[in-house]
Design a protein around this ligand. Structure first.
Ligand SMILES: Cc1cc2nc3c(=O)[nH]c(=O)nc-3n(C[C@H](O)[C@H](O)[C@H](O)COP(=O)(O)OP(=O)(O)OC[C@H]3O[C@@H](n4cnc5c(N)ncnc54)[C@H](O)[C@@H]3O)c2cc1C
Length: 429
């Protein structure tokens, strides 16, 4: 059997980040990617938080093909017949090195694959791995069709579905309760139109999240990211929530309906749909992260459940890149020690525990449970709009004092036993 030092399964951000680190240090690495090119099959909403990963491979981020630095953050609460948008426009978001950029994965992943190649790593597109090979209890390589290739270490970065990791006993089968489904379109619009519609300086970008009627009250939300000459528009909904409500909504119906909402229609007017995609997202949080290493393997990125939906921030790509980086460092330490057993690779999980990846997931431990609160996705977005309606309304008779109007709304919609119960749960967020 042909043998290399390291096989990386999956040319997404986790796999490519691991390969870049390994190849850069002179290790022999082969990335096997089932898509026609790295990024061909990959879906994201569209915003990469670069601040957490800038320290890893700092030479990369200056020249990465990002779309726009995010200078405006918007959150829209969509109620029945009304919506409220909170908007933050801050120089601090883009002063100095921006904290986050919108991205198009087909572009970003292909570029990173080229960088791996420049460092001497091999990226093989169009190669689907069918099985992780085990011998005497340890992972010793992969099978792709008729080909078997051995490796000292396999970096399993196959993404969310774990079609290889689960049968090999490296991680549990994804449970629908811990996953959401995202549906997305890329809609082309001229740069000037994007800047006018989101009130942006030339070159700057906006990120907009939507809660409420967008998912018909189900766990989830909508997103919109402005790219250079397109927008990424999508809906994410909990798989469990969709089933529990017994709905028969097809993917295209959710997204189509979102686009038809009066709040969205003017934003996409005149645009041309260039791309449609659907993808699962791990949302189980830290409680569902499996053991990240074993004899001859490490798990990275979505395959390891490293993703975080914290309502106002959605992250996964920075975790994927960070886990790839730490996987490479652990593999290099194992190589130096000549020990590719679980003990030799244990420093991978230890490094992730010391880093923002597992620390942030630990901080956010309560989110998956909080996301189960049904009122979050219908009642509260409507209540917020009703509160502002009260505040802004001048009726036919005398107008009550502002604070009294607001307090009436708070008492009506927020000082209820169920809301106080939710607030109690929210204290851990
Ligand atoms: C709708 C949606 C919105 C999101 N929004 C954001 C966001 O705004 N910000 C953010 O940071 N994160 C976001 N995420 C999460 C983020 O996209 C993921 O966390 C990230 O892509 C994970 O990277 P990865 O490399 O682990 O997996 P992937 O990007 O899924 O890469 C896995 C790779 O493995 C390949 N592969 C799989 N099986 C095999 C096989 N058997 N053989 C060979 N190759 C294989 C695939 O083709 C793919 O290239 C979003 C996700 C979705 C779906």
């Amino acid at each position: 059997m042909e043998k290399v030092e390291c096989i990386v399964v999956g040319g997404g951000l986790a796999g490519l980040s691991a390969a870049y680190g390994l190849a850069g240090a002179g290790a022999e690495v082969m990335v096997l990617e089932r898509g026609d090119y790295a990024g061909a099959k990959n879906v994201t909403g569209g915003r990469l938080y670069v601040s957490p990963i800038r320290g890893f491979y700092p030479e990369l981020w200056e020249e990465a093909p990002f779309e726009r630095p995010v200078a405006r953050e918007l959150i829209t609460m969509m109620g029945d017949g009304a919506h409220t948008t909170f908007e933050l426009a801050s120089d601090h978001l883009v002063a100095g090195p921006p904290q986050s950029y919108t991205v198009v994965r087909a572009r970003l992943d292909q570029w990173l694959a080229e960088k791996v190649g420049e460092k001497g790593g091999m990226v093989v597109p169009g190669m689907k791995v069918d099985e992780l090979l085990r011998k005497d209890g340890r992972i010793v390589g992969i099978r792709a069709g008729e080909d078997e290739i051995g490796a000292d270490v396999v970096v399993v970065a196959e993404g969310v579905l774990r079609l290889l990791a689960e049968p090999a006993g490296l991680a549990a089968r994804p449970d629908e309760k811990d996953h959401a489904l995202g549906y997305k379109e890329v809609i082309e619009l001229p740069a000037g139109v994007i800047e006018d519609r989101w009130n942006l300086n030339p070159g700057e970008g906006a990120a907009q999240l939507f809660l409420g009627t967008v998912t018909d009250g189900m766990m989830g939300g909508g997103f919109l990211y402005t790219n250079k000459e397109s927008i990424s528009l999508g809906v994410v909904v909990g798989m469990h929530a969709m089933k529990a409500d017994g709905r028969e909504i097809e993917s295209h119906q959710l997204l189509e309906r979102f686009k038809e909402l009066p709040q969205i229609k003017p934003l996409v007017a005149g645009g041309t749909v260039a791309e449609y995609s659907a993808h699962a997202i791990p949302e189980g949080g830290i409680a569902k992260v499996p053991r990240l290493y074993g004899d001859g393997y490490v798990l990275a990125g979505d395959a390891a459940g490293l993703s975080l939906n914290a309502l106002v921030t959605v992250r996964g790509m920075d975790f994927a890149i960070a886990s790839g980086y730490h996987a490479a460092q652990a593999m290099l330490r194992a190589k130096a020690a000549g020990d590719f057993s679980a003990a030799g690779l244990a420093s991978y999980e230890a490094a992730l525990r010391d880093s923002f990846v597992l620390k942030d997931l630990e901080t956010a431990r309560a989110y998956p449970q909080f996301m189960e609160v049904p009122r979050l996705f219908r009642q509260y977005p409507t209540a917020v709009s009703r509160l502002f309606e009260d505040v802004f309304t001048v009726g036919p008779g005398p107008t009550p004092p502002l604070v009294k109007k607001a307090w009436r709304g708070v008492k009506r919609d927020f000082l209820r036993p169920s809301t106080l119960q939710d607030a109690w749960l929210a204290r851990k967020l």
